[in-house]
Ligand binder design. Sequence first.
Ligand code: ADP
Length: 167
Amino acid sequence: MKPDRKAAIFPGSFDPFTLGHMDVLRSALKLFDKIYIAVGYNHLKHGFLPPQTRVALIQDAVRPLIESGADIEVLSYTGLTVNLCREKNTGFIIRGLRTTTDFELESVIAQANRKMQPETVTVFIPASHSYSFISSTVVRDVIINGGDAAPFMPTNIRIEDYLNKTI
Ligand code: ADP
């Protein structure tokens, strides 16, 4: 089956989704007609937010983009990203790069994915200077220690609305 060239998967833990992820998404929307934001989770690993809460947060965060015409679908998945690519008939995986360490880790994963599924291409999008310091780890630390995470989060959501929320 020939992959649909116009769609791409943006996979990640997104625990939680940050302004940095939003910035990568905005760039990806300039390259592709449809983006699947795919929340990857592992049954054995306990995350900060449950996968369905992460999905709900992202759906709320990207609503203004969808309302202005962007084709974005948010989903959760387990297992290999290349299997999700096959399922969604997409040949592109989007990953953001902040540092050379990101590049080293990501290039190994991209090569492994390519070996498993040669028609899949990983597209790296560099972090913009204003957001390159933002990570989900920093956001989690700020929240756990009672700080204000708002400067790191998409502007239309409040992280407090998703903490201890059962979905
Ligand atoms: P993972 O656990 O799969 O790395 P993350 O949610 O931490 O998931 O990140 C998802 C993707 O977003 C990764 O490619 C990561 O490098 C990228 N990313 C995270 N934060 C930023 C940021 N501030 N700027 C650009 N890319 C970022």
